[in-house]
Design a protein around this ligand. Structure first.
Ligand SMILES: *Cc1c(COP(=O)(O)O)cnc(C)c1O
Length: 486
């Protein structure tokens, strides 16, 4: 069996000793006290936690080993669809860690932090240019947080227009789970829209459902099947015709940077995931940033404060009466903003566009090379990701989960599985632009071999992974009641 390139440290062939150390062993020496001992109140004394006694090298090896028992973009391809787990250039990390930024106190007066404000101001402008929209707030801390800001802007806009309260929002059945959750948090009832047979939204369906009690629609483009919503302009016209707004989930911007102008598509409000497309490592739960971008008419509703520039001085703007208010302390997750700023400057317009073109090319290559081995429910040109299913392997009683676990044995983080929900047994592969042709070829080869094993030796897949300490977890329990002691 051919193995993938990375993550070999994860493979656990050796037995594991969790209990380490010896009574009295020490990791450091503290000089003897040169001041008189003072009595300590009883309530401050106690047993204390039962930590093992360890030497320095035992601690270093323990944590270094734990770090290797995980998958990471720096050790191998991480094709987790919709999450854009691409390589994040280290120069952007270096800039974010620079002391001029990390030591800047967030409560400094504007005049003492012109440089940090300038970065926010220019980033606001770059993101506007990349999306085609007019105005940006970098406050939200995640994609879902940006969605919530967007839904609050919808609400503020409809209130400003007066008329009957709008209570519903149209929601494609391919939407990321955060979309209906954000809409519901803001009091809207999601109305599901069925994906058509081509894997995209049908204009007639929107025409039928859109009415004057509906605040608008949330569209992800490209959608989570990796397909471009070709009818977006027509759909936007229908929604606008009934007084609604169009929300764009821009988490998948990696496919369309420098290529698609979202304002011309009819999008009014959009969030970006800087931690997916713009070089912030993610996957461990944060920090991230989900800037919200809007058309001119909605600018007054954006979260405050943003950064303004009068031609000579950068300022944190004051109160704006129509704003939905603050979404985050100070200016948001500043370190993430620096990474995005650095990424955009080092890439430049030409290479941002190339990154998207390569992301699409790589996904298309994987799609074409695997479609004889895995069922492809929508055999159409894909964007940044390709969605397969386990339909062929089901004949041998092998499921998507079995193949995902087997991939781990071969050195890969699995793709996203069982999402989007509209594809039964979905396998969503997003290779990203940062994988070379050689890496893609090894991955394709490995997946083809797994498909062959599904026919010849289904039991091998049912029982995988074979080379890990933990094998098939109860993921719900693992998240709710983690056992961290091995
Ligand atoms: C990741 C993602 C989100 C949510 O972003 P978070 O930063 O995880 O809140 C929303 N929509 C899509 C399509 C995504 O891929």
């Amino acid at each position: 069996m051919r193995n993938g390139p990375g993550n070999s440290g994860l493979i656990m062939d050796e037995p594991l000793l969790w209990e380490k150390g010896k009574k009295g062993r020490n990791g450091m020496s503290i000089s003897a006290s040169d001041v008189p001992e003072a009595p300590i109140a009883d309530e401050l004394c106690g047993e204390g936690p039962d930590f093992p006694d360890l030497s320095e090298v035992e601690v270093v090896r323990h944590y270094t080993r734990l770090s290797q028992w995980n998958f990471g973009v720096d050790t191998g391809m991480y094709p987790l669809g919709s999450c854009t787990m691409k390589y994040n250039p280290k120069i952007n990390e270096k800039h974010a860690a620079a002391e001029v930024f990390t030591a800047a106190h967030p409560m400094l007066d504007d005049e003492y932090c012109q440089g940090t404000l300038r970065i926010i101001y220019e980033l606001q402008n770059y993101l506007a240019e990349i999306t085609g929209l007019d105005a940006v707030s970098v406050q939200p801390a995640a994609g879902a947080h940006g969605e919530m800001a967007g839904m609050l802007i919808f609400e503020a806009y409809h209130q400003s227009k007066g008329g009957k309260k709008r209570t519903k929002i149209l929601m494609p059945d391919t939407a990321h789970g955060t979309n209906p959750a954000s809409a519901a948090l803001c009091g809207y009832k999601p109305v599901p829209i069925k994906t058509g047979t081509r894997g995209i939204l049908k204009v007639d369906e929107i025409r039928e459902l859109m009415d004057e009690e509906t605040a608008g629609i949330m569209i992800t483009n490209p959608n989570t099947l990796g397909l471009f919503e070709e009818n977006i302009r027509e759909i936007a016209d229908i929604v606008h015709g009934k007084g609604g707004l169009v929300y764009g989930d821009g988490a998948n911007m990696n496919a369309i940077m420098g290529i698609v102008d979202l304002k011309r598509c009819g999008v009014d409000v959009l969030h970006l995931n800087l931690h997916k497309t713009f070089s912030t490592p993610h996957g461990g739960g944060g920090p991230g940033a989900g800037p919200v971008c809007v058309v001119k008419e909605l600018e007054k509703f954006l979260p405050t404060p943003r950064v303004e520039f009068d031609g000579s001085v950068y300022r944190t703007e004051g109160d704006r009466p129509d704003s939905i208010g603050r979404m985050h302390g100070f200016h948001g997750n500043y370190g993430v903003l620096i990474r995005a700023f650095s990424y955009i400057l080092t890439m430049g317009a030409e290479y941002l566009k190339k990154a998207s073109q390569y992301a699409v090319l790589n996904a298309s290559y994987v799609k074409v090379k695997l479609k004889d081995y895995l069922h492809l429910p929508f055999d159409r040109p894909c964007m940044h990701e390709a969605v397969f299913s386990d339909k062929k392997q089901q004949e041998h009683k092998v499921s998507t989960l079995d193949m995902a676990k087997r991939l781990m044995d071969c050195g890969y983080h699995p793709p996203t599985i069982y999402f989007p929900l509209v594809v039964s047994g979905a396998i969503m592969i997003e290779p990203t632009e940062t994988e070379s042709l050689e890496e893609l070829d090894v991955f394709i080869d490995v997946f083809r071999q797994i498909a062959a094993e599904a026919e010849s030796d289904p039991e091998l897949l049912h029982s995988s992974p074979h080379r890990f300490k933990v094998k098939r977890l109860d993921e719900t329990q693992a998240a709710r009641n983690p056992c961290l002691r091995g």
